[in-house]
Ligand binder design. Structure first.
Ligand code: SF4
Length: 203
């Protein structure tokens, strides 16, 4: 199975923390292929806080289109670059508390940046795939990604924390899809309680 966009990008950019942060900001509610193309277009032109901050919002919008909410994301990326320069000497912060002060950065973006860019072993990044599949597995019984993140710290052995996002996003994009999961073709069907699964897709 193909790696998710952020892992692919981190590999090609040798784990550059700034590019991981920006690509993760662009990825919210956007398909992986679109995120990858938009990030590549942007980084071809500018790849540091200083060079991106110099671009106009209009140029940023044009470069990252058609990611979802590209207008908001363009403004957030530019302002984040400015704050990285002014407050953090151009570097990406290494703590959740500091990352959350940047515009457009929520827990999902912060956790993925900590894991992929800063090799954190004490973070779990919960997106829609991790939230859905953790509930289908019966590991947690939660309503929101924030609740899932908190519950997973208790439910999952620590050594798996930084890997959960990579594994479950890949699984969710290919097998345990949001609608019509491919349970008939799933290698772990006999182990899975399939909590809340009502409609199964073709194998
Ligand atoms: S059996 Fe179905 S619900 Fe369980 S992990 Fe596989 S695809 Fe997902």
């Amino acid at each position: 199975m193909e790696d998710p966009a952020i892992e692919k990008l981190a590999e090609t950019q040798k784990g550059d923390a700034f590019q991981v942060l920006v690509a993760t900001m662009l990825s919210a509610q956007t398909k992986d292929a679109v995120t990858l193309e938009a990030s590549t277009r942007l980084f071809r032109l500018a790849r540091t806080p200083r060079t991106i901050e110099r671009l106009t919002v209009r140029t940023l919008e044009r470069l990252i289109y058609p990611v979802s909410f590209y207008r908001n994301k363009a403004r957030h990326v530019k302002e984040t670059c400015r704050q990285l320069i002014v407050r953090f000497g151009g570097r990406v912060p290494t703590t959740m508390e500091e990352l959350l002060t940047l515009p457009g950065v929520g827990r999902k973006t912060a956790n993925l940046t900590l894991i992929v860019a800063h090799q954190s072993t004490s973070s779990i990044c919960v997106d829609t795939h991790v939230h859905r599949i953790s509930n289908r597995f019966g590991w947690v019984n939660t309503q929101t990604p924030e609740q899932t993140e908190r519950a997973l710290y208790d439910a999952v052995p620590r050594r798996w924390w930084p890997l959960l996002n990579l594994y479950l996003v890949t699984w969710g994009q290919n097998v345990c899809r949001p609608v019509y999961p491919r349970c008939g073709a799933c290698a772990i069907e006999m182990l899975c309680p399939q909590v809340g699964v009502t409609r199964i897709g073709k194998s």
